[in-house]
Design a protein around this ligand. Structure first.
Ligand code: ADP
Ligand code: MG
Length: 668
């Protein structure tokens, strides 16, 4: 629905420009610009010194005066038998409206002794009665409240809004109509109105979200043709697993079984593998890649950073060392000549498994027969990037890995287009990481603790916060701390790692740390993912309260990877209750649950990293029940095929069609 806003009465080019700035490009988007709060105009008692709201009748013609550049309007109203003085500043234009006898609503500070209200607001009460609730919108300076309300009304009246959900769902949940919902969210009279409107809009939003997810899933499951079933010998896979230097945990074994089963199905796999840091997701993915290769297909493994890609490459090279399969690493620092050769080998099918960064999704990369794609830390890639990689082959099996575990029911609902495997336990024998909270004043003590570990031959990470406003400050912070520690601890070898460094320099520092050429790494969050140094036993996080819990938990996962007792010290300037949960548990699922339910998804999922849409009215935590209900309704509607055939669902089909989520073939 794109039409130029300026053709709507009351909107000129200037207002249109302001609306565009607000992200509003169409009438429908304007209607979806929802109020953030409502102002209450219910009458209050007259209490001395308080802000009061009264409705009375004008008792005396207003007088206007100017005093030291201020306009002052004075009048009197009659209220409950009393005559009250009313004073308003800088609103002299109201004088013409306030005629003796007319009903007005006055709200402002009340002075009992003088029987006077210093009003912030005076409004005429129309014949229809006063609107008791007024919507408030976040507006830029160029847009007045009054004008915006007027535009909203004009647009609402000019637009045709029909129900989109089938009638039976309206009945089932006693939902008001769609048009009413839009009317009441913008122009409510009572709180009940707002409640009804929100109830409808939340359900609609979550329902349509689920509908899209399930349809993606459904289409995915129905595109694969027979013959794409991957054939491999379980015995060979078992032999591969038997050669690992450890036995798989139950969670790993279960995930492997689910993945292998997916590979054998005629539908393309679309699976999320979630498990805590250190739960051993990589090897699960590697086993999948092995089976995929046995079946004669190529595999790609994409990681968000070079460091991580490099590490996966090392790990997988080892795992595949005595197999017949060729493994290679491709990043943006791969030399041109090598890259060229690699591309040729990929295209001819000589290379079986490629590991890399975003470099894997460049246009000139072609596979002979790509069969499986893994994205590690999937939330770090956009939906589009994941899609591009998948489209490098036909009917590719996709495994997405995430170290930010979320409760399974939520994962299923939120990532409705994916199946979910969860690894809940860590490999046995891991020592619990001891986590302690310290105030900044205790910094010297924290450093002492570190020094005693360093003296015992261990290594340490010191992490500085990401400063959102400025990447520059970030680097500066880390650099300062680095210099400070170097001056203080000359007997130890300290390295610095931050995002502004060239990648080979970063790699050098990390390699040096791995080889124990360095005792300490001071770093910004670049080390959050990927570094695996079992000898490192200390993780110090400076200004820990600037991190989300999930992120801190991930950082902590950098230690405790070897045989030694490890420690995590969280240092803050002020005491932060929420960090306590980290001291209490190392179970990532519990931490994420806590984070989700105390702070909401924004904080938990980080900044638009989760691949979740921005919900306008709904909140996936608070409204999780509605999400589940909507999911079931959608599933039922697909299973019964009503979605494709019933007249009641025609509008939903149009909606899906607009989103290209409906094959004509699906309509009966
Ligand atoms: P993550 O899930 O964080 O990606 P990794 O795959 O990096 O975890 O595994 C962390 C470490 O645990 C690796 O060194 C890996 O070799 C090791 N590991 C994986 N599975 C097991 C297991 N079942 N028993 C012991 N160690 C394991
Ligand atoms: Mg990993």
């Amino acid at each position: 629905m794109s039409e130029q806003l300026r053709y709507i009465p009351g909107i000129g080019p200037k207002v249109e420009a302001t609306l565009l700035e607000m992200g509003i490009t169409s009438r429908f988007e304007l209607l979806n610009y929802f109020p953030t709060r409502y102002r209450d105009y219910e009458e209050t008692e007259r209490i001395d010194g308080e802000k009061v709201t009264v409705i009375g009748s004008v008792f005396r013609d207003p007088r206007t005066v100017r005093l030291r550049g201020k306009q002052i309007l004075k009048t009197q109203i009659q209220h409950n038998g009393d005559v009250l003085e009313v004073v308003v500043f800088n609103r002299n234009y109201l004088a013409a409206q306030l005629q003796v006898g007319s009903e007005v609503l006055v709200s402002g500070k009340y002075d009992e002794k003088q029987r006077k209200i210093t009003a912030q607001e005076i409004r005429l009460v129309s014949d229809k009665g006063v609107d008791t609730l007024v919507a408030h919108y976040p507006l830029p300076p160029g847009m007045s409240k009054a004008r915006f309300a007027k535009i909203m009304l004009a647009v609402f009246e000019s637009i045709e809004i029909q129900n989109i959900l089938p009638e039976y769902l309206h009945e089932k949940y006693r939902l008001i109509g769609r048009k009413d919902a839009y009317r009441l969210i913008h122009f409510p009279e009572t709180y009940e109105d707002i409640e009804q409107a929100r109830r409808y809009l939340k359900y609609e939003e979550l329902f349509l979200f689920q509908l899209q997810m399930r349809m993606l899933h459904y289409m995915n499951a129905n595109v694969a043709a027979a013959g794409d079933i991957k054939a491999f010998e379980y015995e060979q896979v078992d032999a591969f697993i038997a050669k690992l230097p450890f036995t798989l945990t139950d969670g790993q074994a279960q995930a492997v079984a689910e993945i292998l089963n997916d590979l054998e199905q005629p539908q393309a796999m679309n699976r999320l593998l979630q498990g805590d840091v250190g739960s051993g997701k990589t090897v699960v993915g590697a086993i999948g890649l092995y089976a995929n290769a046995l079946a004669g297909y190529q595999g790609a493994f994409m990681a968000p950073t070079e460091i991580l890609a490099e590490q996966h490459y090392e790990g997988l090279s080892e795992l595949f060392a005595d197999s017949q399969f060729q493994v290679a690493l491709l990043t943006s620092s791969t030399p041109k000549r090598e890259r060229k050769q690699m591309l040729a080998e990929l295209a001819s099918g000589l290379l079986d498994i490629i590991i890399g960064t975003h470099a894997l999704i460049q246009d000139d990369i072609h596979f002979a027969h790509l069969g499986m794609v893994i994205t590690d830390e999937q939330h770090r890639f956009g939906v589009e990037q994941r899609r591009v990689l998948r489209l490098k082959g036909e009917r590719v099996d996709v495994l997405s890995m995430s170290a930010t575990p979320i409760p399974r029911t939520m994962a299923i609902s939120v990532f409705g287009d994916m199946d979910v495997s969860s690894i809940r336990e860590l490999p046995s024998g891991r020592k619990q990481i001891q986590t302690e909270l310290y105030m900044e004043e205790q910094w010297d003590f924290v450093v002492e603790q570190m020094v005693s570990e360093l003296k015992a031959g261990r290594q340490a990470y010191v992490v500085c916060p990401l400063i959102e406003e400025s990447e520059h400050l970030d680097v500066q912070n880390a650099t300062e701390l680095y210099e400070h520690l170097r001056a203080e601890l000359p007997e130890f070898r300290i390295g610095l790692l931050h995002g502004k460094q060239k990648s080979d320099m970063k790699q050098e520092t990390i390699d040096a740390f791995k080889d124990h050429q360095l005792d300490v790494i001071v770093s910004t969050t670049v080390i959050e993912v990927g570094v695996n140094v079992p000898n490192a036993t200390i993780m110090i996080v400076y200004d820990a309260d600037r991190f989300g819990l999930a992120q801190l938990h991930q950082l902590r996962g950098r230690v405790g990877r070897g045989q030694y007792q490890s420690y995590c010290y969280l240092v803050t300037k002020t005491k932060k209750e929420r960090l306590q949960i980290l001291a209490e548990t190392t179970d990532g699922f519990r931490i994420s649950e806590y984070d989700l339910f105390t702070r909401g998804p924004g904080d938990f999922f980080g900044h638009k990293q989760s691949g979740l849409p921005d919900f306008k009215v709904a909140n996936i935590v608070e409204d999780f029940k509605i999400l589940e209900v909507a999911r079931d309704d959608v599933q039922q509607m697909i299973a019964s095929r009503e979605l494709f055939s019933s007249a009641d669902c025609a509008r939903l089909r149009e909606y899906l069609d607009r989103k290209s989520l409906l094959n004509k073939g699906q309509v009966d």
